[in-house]
Design a protein around this ligand. Structure first.
Ligand code: RP5
Length: 162
């Protein structure tokens, strides 16, 4: 049973949202992935969100572009944590989606990551799950340590090149 659900407003969002799928898989988490639109398929979105907790979902990642209502509408129908990924493929380069997601009214929060920052959305979902999963928490610490080691290596190599 999937613990994380990834929803995107269109299949045109997949290229970016694949980064969230990829990082979750690095942690051994297979997300449930679907396309649903707050504007084009509103009933599907509401039904998905209302049933998500009963279906074993613990965190929802929702990516959308333009007037990106998707994560907010999902959050309106569930108390599960919702992570929003604003996507850039619009005339406003994702600032429209960013504002739509981050400016939620008090009471219905969406944890909004940066424009196209689907990797961070995946990592935030891992962090939420890690609260009740010691093995995952350890893997998250290892991930951070590896990242720090890569930065150190880059720094040393840069110094050698100068
Ligand atoms: C949004 O409109 C989707 O999330 C997508 O980012 C954007 C364009 O969708 P398509 O016209 O490519 O289906 O709802």
């Amino acid at each position: 049973m999937a613990r994380v659900a990834i929803v995107m407003g269109s299949d045109s969002d997949l290229a970016v949202m694949a980064k969230a799928i990829g990082v979750l898989k690095e942690f051994g988490i297979s997300p449930e992935v679907s396309v649903a639109s707050a504007h084009r398929t509103p009933d599907k979105v509401a039904q998905f969100a209302r049933n998500a907790a009963d279906n074993g979902i613990q965190v929802i990642i929702a990516g959308a572009g333009m007037a990106a209502a998707l994560p907010g509408v999902i959050a309106a129908h569930t108390t599960l944590p919702v992570i929003g990924v604003p996507l850039s493929g619009s005339a406003l380069h994702g600032t429209d989606a960013l504002y739509a997601m981050v400016q939620m009214p008090p009471g219905i929060p969406v944890a909004t990551v940066g424009i196209d920052a689907a990797t961070n959305a995946g990592l935030l979902a891992v962090a939420v799950l890690a609260l009740n999963d010691a093995e995952l928490a350890e893997r998250l610490c290892d991930y951070r340590a590896q990242m720090a080691a890569r930065v150190e290596k880059c720094s040393e190599e840069l110094q050698e090149r100068l």
